[in-house]
Design a protein around this ligand. Sequence first.
Ligand code: NAP
Ligand code: F7E
Length: 325
Amino acid sequence: MTKNKSALITGITGQDGAYLAQLLLGKGYQVHGFLPRRSTDTSWRLRELGILDDVHMIEGDLSDLSSLIRAVEGSRADEVYNLGAQSFVGTSWQQPLLTADVDGVGALRVLEAVRIVNREARFYQASTSEMFGLIQAERQDESTPFYPRSPYGVAKLMGHWATVNYRESYGMHASSGILFNHESPLRGIEFVTRKVAHAVASIKLGLQKELRLGNIDAKRDWGFAGDYVEAMWLMLQQAGADDYVVATGKTVSVRDMCELAFAHVGLKYQDYVVQDEKFMRPAEVDVLLGNPAKAKAKLGWAPRTTFEQLIAMMVDADLRRLSSR
Ligand code: NAP
Ligand code: F7E
């Protein structure tokens, strides 16, 4: 009988960690989560997907190399997915050193743990379109130069290059997924799509009167997180490791996203959205538009969920949650 594969996921309680755990469990993997100590329960996403009891948690923190070594040893992982991060761009100006330590040096620590314990294990790094920042090409692909615009983007650039470097230095199967924004009903409430979806549902139910936003002219290439975790898994199933852009190839402004979300419940966004300086960033990423041609050609990956379906799914989920309270 062949042994089931084992995977270790850092960031398992986050949006992507929860969907990836669900995907891997469905494929028969033994799934281990790397869990930082928090004073409150952070497992709501795993509970919402009904998989909390199916994953094995190993306590540790990305700032602590010894806990990572113990996790790679204890899980006997064939595949290590490094999804853990301080992932909110806005916060990275308030906590730049923590962001550098967890998102940049943290990725290096995971690579070191894998190199020390079992360099045959395959490694995935959660890189980001934020590394393109002030874009150097109209459509960004794997060869587009990087120009990060936030401490988050700078930190992630270190994780990306550490991944490339460990692949080239030690022959490790280390891949970097340069993922563009991906959203879902499990998205954190501080990110703009979920903030809007939640506000639309609250306004529709008479629980909120207005929605305060920052730069609504910013444009993003938004996809569904459930589709994007499949690309992560596919990267680790290839004979060789590589870097891939994962995106939809379409870009939409925050303004147009608001219009769609409010229209879904029969409202006009102009009646509720108020611009507020508080949500503007010291340096903005004005527009992102990915070219996922390589992921399509080499991984056979393509997004399945349209932007309209994604926004409807998110608004409906928040309407259900708020109505059932
Ligand atoms: P998320 O929902 O914010 O989840 C982040 C996860 O990292 C949480 O489980 C969090 O734990 C964990 N974490 C934070 N600090 C940690 C530490 N010091 N040690 C161990 N774990 C720690 O993020 P996401 O949207 O799922 O994104 C997953 C990854 O992809 C992140 O690395 C993000 O930067 C990257 N990424 C995301 C997108 C996107 O659009 N979603 C796009 C490109 C790249 P707690 O629950 O305890 O806070
Ligand atoms: O902002 C603008 C904001 O915070 C999107 C993370 O997952 O994707 C995410 O980073 C845009 C920005 O995501 C508000 O200024 C306007 O231009 O939803 P966001 P992000 O910064 O693109 C990348 C790929 C990651 O890797 C990150 O981890 O929307 N915006 N008004 C606003 N944004 C927020 N959050 N709140 C507002 O009120």
